[in-house]
Design a protein around this ligand. Structure first.
Ligand SMILES: [Zn+2]
Length: 199
């Protein structure tokens, strides 16, 4: 009787999931850039705020399917200030912060994908590297690499934080692609692959 109880306990112990502490994070904060009155980049009738929200929801769905806890800083078309976004993130423990944006520039020949981290954040840099490494592996794009940037939302966020610029809406060719849902699905899958590689 005692032996069987011991065996039951042993089986239970080994069937438990690996403790979260062994991983680099347990929660992903997904931050869709802009929203509400803040449209973000606005080129050829396409608003950045709509694409960031759509892409963020795709990232959330894919992470959830892998059993990862997620928190969105916004899930509707509303304005959320940058310090509020960081505060939403900082309520959690053991998290990474992934901000999603699309770029715009008056030089409309600029195109490609780049990922920013806060200068001096080695974990942010590592996370940015893992994500950027996956981006553009399945679609033709210009790899603009990872860059340090003194962005407010990255500075205020306590966990490892990155901001991904997923393409230039100011470039007609890239604008059309970013507006296509098949492309955003691939980018979402690549972002999730990068996040899981960091984990
Ligand atoms: Zn933006």
């Amino acid at each position: 009787m005692r032996l069987s109880l011991f065996l039951v306990i042993l089986i239970l112990l080994f069937s438990l999931p690996h403790p979260a502490i062994a991983k680099n994070f347990s929660t992903v904060i997904i931050d869709p850039g802009h929203g509400g009155n803040d449209k973000g980049s606005n080129w050829y009738g396409i608003y950045e705020k709509n694409l960031t929200l759509d892409l963020a929801k795709r990232v959330q769905r894919l992470l959830k399917s892998k059993g990862v806890r997620t928190v969105m800083t916004r899930s509707t078309d509303t304005y959320v200030a940058l310090d509020k976004r960081a505060a939403i993130a900082n309520r959690n423990s053991h998290f990474v912060f992934v901000s999603i944006h699309f770029n715009g520039h008056k030089n409309t020949s600029y195109r490609g994908i780049e990922t920013f981290y806060y200068p001096g954040s080695s974990k942010g840099k590592k996370l940015a590297g893992k994500i950027q490494h996956e981006l553009g592996t399945r679609i033709k794009t210009k790899n603009r690499g990872i860059k340090p940037a003194r962005l407010k939302v990255l500075r205020l966020t306590k966990g490892p934080a990155v901001l991904i610029e997923c393409g230039f809406l100011s470039n007609r060719w890239e604008n059309k692609r970013c507006n296509a849902s098949w492309l955003r699905e691939i980018i979402a899958e690549e972002i999730v692959q990068g996040i899981m590689a960091y984990r």
